[in-house]
Design a protein around this ligand. Structure first.
Ligand SMILES: [Zn+2]
Length: 253
């Protein structure tokens, strides 16, 4: 089973008012008349294992699924990431005899948190949450596929050795603005955002459409601070829903 099977469209009711088409021209030109880029939404790891009942359930993870669906129409391009591990992945505590979940180990130069077995390729836990609307998704990015290294970011593995190809894809699609939501704030959302900044995109994190693991108290707050310090703009869903620029983008679809 590959990612392709998840692309089957199914109907999800989203109540979006129709926006007039005359906004389109405004959206696609800046004040000087030059073409501006597209806006992409990256939905990070909205998978069963990170939601209620999953092997690595993030508190409140399910709550962001309907938000992901409501946000999608406001963007030109939709990317969904999947944590996609082989069963013998190094991030699983079970693959380190004598180690427990939550322990932190050093693997060569990198600090590695040990997690429960999660998001194993082609298992139910790795599938997208059944409530997630996939019919607008333009691209699915698999990460963490190499058993020797973890990959919190949608762009690179944790050692920055191998790209997922997402940057090139976004550039090819003329995306300038990257909006990020999903699971979890203090890991995959954080590192995806920092890499997106590093790759030269204008990055916005939709804060209330993310949930954190909070392995240690304060992790989420620290992650948000680190993102902001790196140049990430933090917004709420309401800012997207109420923003004229977001509506413009929606109308241009
Ligand atoms: Zn993982």
């Amino acid at each position: 089973m590959g990612a392709r099977q998840y692309m089957q469209p199914y109907h999800v009711e989203v109540d979006i008012p129709h926006e007039p088409l005359y906004f389109v021209a405004i959206n696609q030109c800046d004040e000087g008349g030059a073409m501006t880029g597209k806006k992409a939404l990256i939905m990070v790891d909205l998978q069963n294992d990170f939601c209620m009942g999953g092997n690595l359930a993030v508190p409140g993870g399910d709550e962001v699924i309907p938000l992901a669906n409501q946000l999608q129409p406001y963007f030109d391009l939709i990317i969904a990431t999947q944590d996609w591990h082989p069963h013998d992945h190094m991030s699983f505590a079970a693959n380190h005899p004598g180690r427990a979940v939550g322990e932190v180990i050093q693997v060569e130069e990198l600090v590695q948190v040990l997690w429960p077995v999660h998001c194993v390729q082609d298992t139910k836990g790795a599938e997208f949450h059944p409530g997630l609307d996939l019919h607008r998704v333009n691209k699915i990015i698999h990460k963490g596929v190499n058993k020797h290294i973890d990959s919190y970011s949608a762009f690179f593995d944790n050692a920055h050795l191998r790209s997922t190809g997402l940057s090139d894809y976004l550039r090819d699609e003329q995306v300038n603005d990257v909006y990020i939501m999903g699971l979890a704030t203090d890991y995959c959302v954080k590192y995806s955002s920092l890499d997106a900044v590093h790759e030269g995109f204008k990055v916005t994190v939709i804060q209330d459409a993310c949930r954190g693991v909070e392995l240690s108290q304060g992790d989420v707050r620290a992650a948000l601070a680190a993102m902001r310090d790196a140049g990430v703009t933090l917004v709420a869903c309401a800012d997207i829903f109420n923003s004229s620029t977001a509506r413009i983008s929606k109308a241009s679809r």
